[in-house]
Write a protein that binds this ligand. Structure first.
Ligand code: GLU
Length: 421
């Protein structure tokens, strides 16, 4: 890329492809397989009307993309955001393939999204949008082919509507068609917290490698939703001081530490973290450069760029979001000796517990929260250790090592299956 880095959707796909090329070099991937993995397998674009509360019809555009299904059914979230477009969903689907392979769960990668602004829509409008979008993509999804889950601005309620719409089409209940469902509909205990918990678990491992006492560390978290909010709470529970937090409206900073529970209540009351008593308001840009030991970008992609990478103070970055760091920024951070826990490892707790949820649905069993968390810990610790070992052995970034591990597993599956006919 020349000039200013693009953090938009073309930027994401460009990043995802560059990352794949780097990983391919590390594992000496044959050109034939590289050509396969650079492309997405299946792409569906749908344009559909939704009846708005005022009686008018509005047209929306949505996508469901499967990048690769060689290791198992496609898996990945659905996001509702004004910036959703084809290239962003392609990149996110590709990252899901590597993520599932890094933690070694038997899934391929997919992603979906609808270009919309859910914040300006009523709950009833979001429900109608969800049901119509589900109908439009219904022939592509299913418990043995492609299993959606929550992502940016979608949640357990969204999954309940998807499951209901799909089940009505089939004529019987199909809980395994989505994960991240409400517990009463076959959701798994521990799923809501799983992505944030995965961030915590990889942080524990990263701190161990660096000989860092987490009780003496300060952490800054971008995003205060499903991922960032949970990560903030779990990290503060084990003694990490959370000094900065932000949401889409801006951020707050207190060098002596924020009371995370009180901040959650404040956000519930005011819909924003801003103006939290005892803290200073800051912008999302300022937040990333705050003095701290740990930075956890857990909102949107493309926020750590070559412009702000030299100014980041953290020693460890745990990527709760998908694609928060551009390729140029990665090189700068590596040269500055920052320990990067890359997205496809750090935020893989979500899809891992999604896998547990799907397994429980298929077996019609319910695991205890302890069992879920214990299994998650085993997988996250093992995956971190494998990635770290490979990064040391090959002398590459943690991101390149994670990708090399994941891409290699997908490549092996592809070689075993062969090319049809
Ligand atoms: N949307 C989450 C992710 O990006 C979870 C995906 C899933 O559980 O399938 O990893």
């Amino acid at each position: 890329m020349t000039g200013k880095e693009t953090s938009g959707s073309a930027g994401h796909l460009d990043m995802a492809r560059k990352q794949l090329l780097q990983a391919a070099q590390v594992i000496d991937l044959e050109d034939d397989l590289l050509r396969v993995l650079l492309e997405t397998k299946r792409e569906l674009t749908v344009h559909f009307p939704v009846k708005m509360d005022d009686g008018s019809f509005k047209m929306f555009t949505g996508y469901r993309i499967q990048h690769n299904v060689n290791r198992g059914p496609a898996k990945g979230g659905i996001r509702y955001h004004p910036d959703v477009d084809l290239d962003e969903v392609r990149a996110l689907a590709m990252w899901m393939t590597w993520k599932a392979a890094v933690v070694n769960i038997p899934y391929g990668g997919a992603k979906g999204g609808v270009q919309c602004d859910p914040k300006s829509m009523s709950l009833a409008e979001i429900e109608r949008l969800t049901r119509r979008y589900t109908w439009e993509i219904s022939f592509m999804i299913g418990p043995d082919r492609d299993i959606p889950a929550p992502d940016v601005y979608t949640n357990a309620q969204t999954m309940a509507w998807i499951m209901d719409t799909y089940s009505i089409l089939k004529g019987y209940s199909v809980p395994g068609v989505v994960t991240g469902k409400p517990i009463g509909l076959g959701g798994s205990l521990g799923r809501l917290e799983a992505t944030g918990r995965g961030c915590l678990l990889t942080l524990i491992r990263a701190a161990k490698v660096l000989g860092m006492d987490l009780n003496k560390t300060k952490c800054v978290i971008q995003g205060f939703g499903n991922v960032g909010g949970v990560a903030a709470r779990l990290m503060s529970d084990i003694g990490v001081k959370i000094v900065g937090v932000s949401d889409s409206t801006g951020g707050v900073y207190s060098p002596n530490g924020l009371d995370v529970q009180a901040l959650m209540l404040h956000k519930c009351d005011t819909n924003s973290v801003l103006d939290f008593p005892g803290s200073d308001n800051i912008t999302n840009e300022e937040l990333l450069e705050l003095p701290c030991d740990i930075l956890c970008p857990s909102a949107l992609g493309g926020v750590i760029t070559r412009e702000n990478a030299p100014l980041i103070k953290a020693k460890i970055i745990v990527e709760g979001a998908n694609g928060p760091t551009t390729t140029d920024a990665d090189d700068i951070l590596y040269d500055r000796n920052v320990m990067m826990v890359p997205d496809i490892l750090a935020n893989a707790g979500g899809v891992t517990v999604s896998y547990f949820e799907w397994v429980q649905n298929l077996q019609e069993l319910l695991w205890s929260e302890e069992e879920v968390n214990h299994r998650l810990e085993q997988i996250m610790f093992r995956s971190f250790d494998e990635v770290y070992r490979l990064s040391q052995e090959k002398k590459v970034h943690m991101r390149t090592a994670a990708l090399a591990l994941g891409v290699n597993r997908v490549a092996q599956a592809t070689r075993l299956r062969g090319i049809y006919p």
